[in-house]
Design a protein around this ligand. Structure first.
Ligand SMILES: [Zn+2]
Length: 168
């Protein structure tokens, strides 16, 4: 049966029609719409929170290191599960965060095809994500500079010691 019965007047309408052609009553299930918008809200919230987690680690060398360390630790099966138990849920792996961000951005992108409000939201999320990626690059550069600085200081110290030793 390719018809749906109108709850208002009882007339039969074609399935593709969204409101009754006889009385104008909506044929779309309101509960379904509500459920869908709840799901959408949940998706938006999840997306925002995962981008937030990424933003939280990118500007901090230590936090970024920890997150990346979680990746290498969880790559070793036995040891990984042991460590992640002792670390608790506080430390989230770097790849896990990125995977979640991409996952939610992808879903929202698809869902936003017929909603301009959602499209704007997705654009904002993408902007936040790009900014965080730039920040991460800066942090990585800072880390390299820090290491180079330490190595230079060490070389200078050795040179100084050698000079002092040769003067005696
Ligand atoms: Zn009707």
């Amino acid at each position: 049966m390719n018809v749906s019965e109108c709850e208002g007047c009882g007339a039969e309408n074609e399935l593709l029609v969204s409101s009754c052609v006889y009385c104008g009553n909506s044929l779309v299930d309101d509960k379904n719409i509500e459920k869908e918008s709840d799901e959408l809200e949940e998706l938006v919230q999840q997306c925002s929170s995962w981008i937030g987690k990424y933003e939280g680690i990118v500007s901090n060398i230590g936090a970024l290191n920890n997150a990346k360390q979680m990746d290498s630790v969880s790559a070793t099966p036995m040891f990984g599960s042991l460590i992640s138990k002792s670390f608790g849920s506080k430390a989230i792996s770097y790849s896990e965060i990125l995977r979640k961000v991409h996952h939610y951005l992808d879903i929202l992108e698809i869902k936003s095809s017929n909603s301009s409000i959602l499209r704007e939201k997705v654009a904002q999320f993408k902007k936040r994500y790009e900014r965080a990626q730039l920040k991460e690059r800066e942090t990585n550069k800072k880390k390299v500079r820090l290491i180079v600085g330490l190595v230079l200081a060490f070389v200078l110290l050795i040179t100084f010691c050698l000079i002092m030793a040769s003067l005696e």
